[in-house]
Design a protein around this ligand. Structure first.
Ligand SMILES: C[S@@+](CC[C@H](N)C(=O)[O-])C[C@H]1O[C@@H](n2cnc3c(N)ncnc32)[C@H](O)[C@@H]1O
Length: 242
């Protein structure tokens, strides 16, 4: 009897996979799953994410935004600048700004949407997707925050000004395999020990493969989060190096 019910539920889930995915996304967006709001800090974080969502600037779901905020906060003791590659309308950048304290934040984007898509990229992406209104509009949106640098164009061609910079936190939200590889190549050697790389898009097989391959020969574990994100903490002795 129990087996028959399980079979029926599985068959239903298979038939309505799209509907199930849609419902789960809505539940996550409505904050009905995955993060603590039973204490003051959680509720404040929820209010912040809601505000940025209302401003229609943020692509990320609530729980992804929550992880981003907490990861930035977790690096507050680590020396180094912060960076985001994949700014779009500035929603996730605003979340970072709210908790970065005095640290410098470097914002990289073409501001003309995604670059060329490769054969291992997810089919939902196409060149030019997420073209932002204009970099000036994003600058206006973030104008209340100090210590921001905008780097407009294709990364890593735009990385020249930060060749000598060390980082405590890097947020990658670039969707594509080639962009992910280029970002890891550039930022990994520039992360201070204890610094965090948080990447979106780990649920896409191409991006997952790129990240796993990059770290296969390196000591850092890649920690998958329950939100299509993954997180890497740079190893090493902070007190010896900085
Ligand atoms: C999903 S959007 C970012 C969304 C944003 N982080 C948010 O949460 O609202 C992806 C962005 O990555 C940018 N992008 C991808 N690869 C890039 C590269 N190699 N150089 C510069 N920008 C890139 C695109 O222009 C696009 O704006």
């Amino acid at each position: 009897m129990a087996g028959a019910i399980v079979d029926k539920v599985s068959a239903f889930a298979r038939r309505h996979r799209g509907l199930l995915g849609f419902t789960l996304r809505k539940l996550a967006d409505a904050n009905l799953i995955l993060f603590p709001i039973n204490e003051k800090k959680g509720r404040e974080t929820l209010r912040l994410i809601r505000r940025v969502k209302r401003e229609k600037r943020l692509l990320q779901a609530y729980h992804q935004a929550y992880n981003l905020i907490r990861a930035v906060e977790a690096t507050s003791k680590i020396p180094g600048d912060l960076a985001e590659v994949g700014v779009y309308k500035g929603g996730s950048a605003k979340l970072i700004c709210e908790v970065k304290a005095g640290r410098a934040l470097h914002l990289f984007d073409t501001f003309e949407g995604l670059p060329a898509v490769g054969s291992t990229d997810a089919p939902i992406f196409r060149e030019g997707k997420y073209s932002a209104p204009s970099v000036d509009e994003v600058k206006t949106y973030l104008q209340g925050y100090a210590n921001l640098a905008f780097h407009v164009g294709l990364f890593p061609e735009t990385a020249g000004p930060v060749q000598e910079t060390m980082f405590s936190f890097v947020h990658l939200d670039v969707d594509l395999v080639k962009s992910t590889e280029d970002c890891l190549e550039f930022f990994y050697p520039r992360m201070n020990p204890g610094g965090i790389i948080l990447s979106q898009d780990y649920a896409f097989s191409g991006v997952r493969e790129a990240i796993n391959t990059f770290f296969a020969g390196r000591p850092e574990p890649v920690m998958e989060l329950c939100s299509t994100q993954c997180m890497i903490v740079k190893l090493g002795n902070l007190y010896e190096c900085c």
